[in-house]
Design a protein around this ligand. Structure first.
Ligand code: PMT
Length: 408
């Protein structure tokens, strides 16, 4: 596994009571594979789901359950364990544990360790979808986030209780990746990064619109990667069904004109704008006030008018952020993308082939980065991974731009 950020790191894994506790056993293995030293502390309820012996065998270290265990305290006392930890990861984190952590309780070993440690605390919630959606849980999460606690997940899908929704524990490899990413170099620290993502919808009448297949995944992945790299991130999102990446400030819009207005406003203070959104080039000349009815058997003609070009308008500003455009092409990808770089006055363009299961809606993508110096291929990978590579390149370009400006 490539999570070198965890090599040699001392990770205290906290396991709380929930059916997802069985996944924590695999997590211990995966953390070990990534080079971390792992010690496990469980709540009494977690031990009802998985035995401490399982974690002891997998981690190679004694497992702690109670504040009041004299033998354990004689070996490595809880304060010593709190000092030992360089990272604390609670997975799964139950609704009850999150509530106790949010309110600073120290009524068992795990909450006490969290309170007594200077290590960063990360929680991976796992619970029934209704408990997750409950306002009390969400308020506790908001409080924890505001205090710098990292929140990994949860994922959505079918649950052990038979319900479907958000509240599934992330998979062990995703948790290891998320923890490793907290140690990524802060290449964008102090930078303001503006990102657009998703489609735009151009209303035809109260029930119909012109849209496109963009899911927002590429842009949201870039927002998450930019947060990881330490940036202050604003994400302007078209109509998509994706959770906001933790730490990003999200502005929801619907039409191209709304996106144009939101981006132009936020761009005033941005260092870089990454345009991953698939913006509708045209909109209906008029939006019908009522649902358009079929008339006889004939067809109908929709009069379209052009939308403003967000990137081109930003490029025309006297003080403009670094402009990174995307080019979604079905053929002659590089040639068309290079033409966009010139026509829109961009600093960098990320070209992707779309159609046939690529680009739009997919989890994976591949990008060709084109600027005035040349071309860089980023081979097929998950959008999350590509986003990290793109963010690193953007950070270099920002630095190069400033060094160039300083020399002039
Ligand atoms: O959202 P996903 O499902 O993850 O899919 C990702 C993606 C394929 C949508 C993404 O990778 C991508 O390629 N986004 C740009 C899609 C697009 O609209 O390309 P374009 O070639 O039509 O536009 C070129 C650039 O101009 C884009 O950066 C676009 O945001 C920008 N633009 C376009 C029109 C307009 N009126 N204003 C703009 O700023």
């Amino acid at each position: 596994m490539a999570s070198t950020g965890l090599a040699g790191r001392r990770v205290l894994l906290g396991v709380t009571g929930g059916i997802a506790a069985y996944k924590a056993a695999e997590l211990v293995r995966r953390l070990g594979d990534a080079g971390a030293q792992v010690r496990v502390a469980m709540t009494e309820n977690a031990a009802r789901f998985v035995t401490p012996l399982t974690f002891q065998a997998l981690s190679g270290n004694p497992v702690r359950l109670s504040l009041w265990d004299e033998h354990a305290e004689a070996a490595m006392g809880h304060i010593e364990l709190a000092r030992w930890a360089e990272d604390i990861l609670i997975a799964p984190a139950s609704a009850d544990f999150l509530a106790r952590l949010a309110h600073g309780l120290a009524d068992d070993l795990l909450t006490t360790l969290c309170l007594a440690s200077a290590a960063p605390v990360h929680v991976a919630p796992a619970m029934n979808q209704q408990m997750w959606a409950n306002a009390a849980t969400q308020a506790n999460l908001a409080l924890l986030r505001s205090r710098g606690v990292g929140v990994f997940g949860p994922a959505a899908g079918s649950q052990a209780c038979g319900e479907v929704g958000s509240g599934r524990l992330l998979e062990p490899n995703e948790l290891v990746e998320a923890l490793a990413n907290t140690h990524r170099p802060q290449t964008l620290a102090g930078r303001r990064v503006l990102i657009s993502a998703g489609p735009t919808y151009e209303d035809i009448d109260p029930v119909r619109f012109l849209g496109n297949r963009s899911s927002g995944r590429m842009g949201f992945a870039i927002a998450a990667a930019a947060v990881e790299a330490g940036a202050d991130v604003t994400l302007v999102a078209g109509p998509v069904h994706l959770p906001t990446p933790a730490g990003a400030q999200r502005i929801d819009v619907r039409s191209a004109r709304e996106m144009h207005a939101a981006v132009m406003r936020a761009a005033e203070s941005a260092d870089v704008y990454v345009a991953a959104a698939a913006v509708g080039d045209f909109r209906p000349q008029e939006i019908a006030a009522h649902k358009i009815k079929k008339r006889g058997d004939g067809g109908m003609t929709l009069e379209l008018t052009q939308n403003p070009d967000i990137l081109a308008d930003l490029a025309a500003l006297p003080r403009r952020p670094l402009l990174v455009g995307f080019a979604a092409e079905t053929e002659h990808v590089e040639a068309h993308a290079r033409a966009k770089l010139e026509r829109k006055g961009l600093d960098l363009v990320a070209a992707n082939q779309v159609g046939g299961g690529l680009g739009f809606e997919a989890d994976d993508n591949c990008l060709t980065l084109i600027d005035h110096d040349g071309t860089t291929h980023l081979p097929t990978a998950s959008k999350r991974e590509l986003a990290r590579q793109l963010v690193d390149i953007v950070a270099q370009r920002l630095e190069r731009r400033e060094t160039g400006a300083a020399r002039r």
